[in-house]
Write a protein that binds this ligand. Structure first.
Ligand code: ADP
Ligand code: MN
Length: 180
């Protein structure tokens, strides 16, 4: 099973995953960049255009090799992280952040005004959540607004643990966040 930790850029995926040291989480953006699984640069967005077919093939290959051996996942699961993770995940954990807070973070990150607004709009209208619900078998949603990185990591750990043990947990139902 591929578990994807996803969300609009800036919602805190990489920061939270860095604290989950007991899990081996694959950074999709790094894979796309370092292994050249991209179709070139999107000049307008100043970002790499991911070759999702190639990324998907590679992630599935890693999942096959890693499953059960402890490489790249926990038990039979492979965990991946990045704003495209839900494209190739069976289960998605979607991080949400209030658009106002997201705007501040992305500006601080030095994103262009256009890129800030594009991402703030995407977060406001739930783009990634809707895609995840459409494409993935199961979706969990975490409203990270007002949470520390440690608290977000803790929530992710709780969800991963529940998935691993096959139990139901409350509090992360998709659709619980509404910025409108
Ligand atoms: P993503 O990987 O989702 O794009 P990052 O983890 O890179 O997001 O975080 C984006 C920015 O927000 C970074 O500057 C990071 O320090 C900050 N950040 C991440 N999580 C939190 C949090 N829970 N509270 C405050 N700032 C955060
Ligand atoms: Mn990131």
């Amino acid at each position: 099973m591929i578990i994807g930790i996803t969300g609009t850029p800036g919602t805190g995926k990489t920061s939270a995953c860095a604290l989950l040291t007991d899990a081996d989480i694959l950074d999709l953006n790094k894979l796309i960049k370092n292994e050249g699984r991209n179709l070139g640069i999107d000049e307008e967005r100043d970002s790499l255009i991911a070759d999702m077919d190639a990324v998907s093939d590679r992630v599935r290959e890693i999942a096959r090799v890693g499953a059960g051996s402890g490489v790249g996942g926990v038990g039979e699961n492979l965990i991946i992280e990045g704003h495209l993770a839900h494209h190739i995940s069976d289960i998605a954990i979607v991080l949400r952040l209030s658009p106002d807070e997201l705007e501040l973070r992305l500006k601080e990150r030095g994103y262009s005004e256009a890129k800030v607004q594009e991402n703030v709009l995407a977060e406001t209208i739930d783009v990634i959540l809707v895609e995840a619900v459409e494409w993935c078998e199961r979706v969990y949603e975490i409203n990270t607004t007002g949470m520390t990185v440690e608290e977000v990591a803790c929530a992710i750990r709780e969800i991963l643990d529940a998935i691993g043990r096959g139990i139901v947990i409350d509090g992360y139902q998709p659709g619980s966040v509404d910025w409108m």
